[in-house]
Design a binder for this molecule. Structure first.
Ligand code: 3PG
Ligand code: MG
Length: 395
């Protein structure tokens, strides 16, 4: 993969695909992690005298202009972090984009409006996507792929534009890929993976692949209840994916056959309802009352998971252990994070909600070897899939 050092950017217009898909509360950015992670590549290009045109998506506006998904607040925050003005184009490839880009001097930067306002960005039709990609590519002379969190999407800005312009991978993509490569090629053992989050159906591919690679697999969060049910336990009103029970039984058998230690919760916080202040009790994972729902792993499980992480040499963690957004149900997620921080393993936090949880719970980001900016992307990488955005950069 070519890197920034392989491009001569001085005086040239460089289109940077970044992942600036941050959570917003109205127009307030509630976690700017992805914007901060995008700064080094953009700064490097600016220092080298490029005219930088950043493009990115926000949320899923599905091909329509929708002010709720405007990147305007992101432009402002990016400007603060870069310490210089970010010109903001009010469209993606229209009059505003063209005039904003034309006005750029060497060392100046612009951000285009949300790529997903344009139906061509995500179109499944190669011709439609290609036509939009050509207009986007027409704004610049060079392309830098740095939106790691979106490299698993076969979208115009990720997959088609690098075919139209001389291109390189940005520093963030290089760093993310290096870490994931370390996990897939001869990880130091014991190699332990912790998975959580709501749905087991989102993680089928990665679980199947990880069962051939890891020494231990710890499962918490909403998806744990489908595993408990598959073992024959009642889970009350907890999250359950009935249609995944056969799959999950297959995973339990496969783990046993391969000698992979698959560790499930032994106790849970069972609440009367899904609410921040819900009345709840600690119950055995094998005895969840019919009218309760599990919202976090319990204290015995926190200790069990910490013990299973203590001697690990390599850890990948994706997905919270409970509803960490509610203080009362954040203890499991916090305990896993603290166990990772306390150990001296090579620790990777796999993006998305787990990365957000680390920051929300005000844990030290320095306590982890790497916090990925891509949840879906890192899972698909570990699943062994070809990621369109990386393949396009390799060519
Ligand atoms: C993410 O938030 O995981 C990335 O920005 C990709 O967004 P998407 O899942 O909407 O494609
Ligand atoms: Mg540590």
């Amino acid at each position: 993969m070519r890197t920034l050092d392989d491009l001569d950017v001085k005086g040239r217009r460089v289109l940077v695909r970044a992942d600036l898909n941050v959570p917003l509360d109205g127009e307030t950015i509630t976690d700017d992690g992805r914007i901060r992670a995008s700064v080094p590549t953009i700064s490097t290009l600016l220092e080298r005298g490029a005219k930088v045109v950043v493009c990115a998506h926000l949320g899923r506006p599905k091909g329509k202009v929708n002010p709720e998904y405007s990147l305007a607040p992101v432009a402002a925050r990016l400007g603060e972090l870069l310490g210089q003005d970010v010109a903001f184009a009010s469209d993606v490839v229209g009059d505003s984009a063209r005039s904003t880009v034309e006005a750029l001097q060497d060392g100046q930067v612009a951000l285009l409006e949300n790529l997903r306002y344009e139906p061509g960005e995500e179109s499944k039709d190669d011709a439609v996507r290609g036509e939009f990609a050509a207009r986007l590519a027409g704004l610049a002379e060079l392309y830098v792929g740095d939106g790691f969190g979106a490299v698993h999407r076969r979208h115009a800005s990720v997959y088609d534009v690098p075919r139209l312009l001389p291109h390189a991978a940005g520093g963030l993509v290089v760093a993310e890929v290096e870490v994931l490569r370390k996990l897939t090629k001869s990880p130091e053992r014991p190699y332990v993976v912790v998975l959580g989050g709501a749905k087991v159906s989102d993680k089928l591919g990665v679980i199947a692949n990880l069962l051939t690679k890891v020494d231990r697999l710890l499962i918490g969060g909403g998806m744990a209840y489908t595993f408990l049910k598959a073992q024959g336990h009642e889970v009350g009103r907890s999250l359950l994916q009935e249609d995944q029970l056969d799959q999950v039984r297959g995973f339990l058998d496969e783990a046993a056959r391969r000698g992979v230690e698959l560790v499930l919760p032994v106790d849970v916080l069972a609440a009367v309802t899904f609410a921040a202040d819900a009345e709840h009790d600690v119950v055995e994972a094998t005895a969840i009352p019919a009218d309760r729902e599990g919202l976090d792993i319990g204290p015995k499980t926190r200790e069990l998971f910490a013990a299973k992480l203590a001697d690990a040499r390599t850890v990948f963690w994706n997905g919270p252990m409970g509803v960490f957004e509610f203080e009362a149900f954040s203890g499991g997620t916090r305990a896993v994070a603290e166990a990772l921080i306390a150990g001296d393993a090579f620790t990777v936090v796999g993006g998305g909600d787990s990365a957000a949880a680390v920051r929300k719970l005000e844990l030290s980001e320095d306590g982890f070897s790497h916090i990925s900016t891509g949840g879906g992307a890192s899972l698909e990488y570990l699943e062994g899939k070809t990621l369109p955005g990386l393949a396009a950069l390799e060519d």
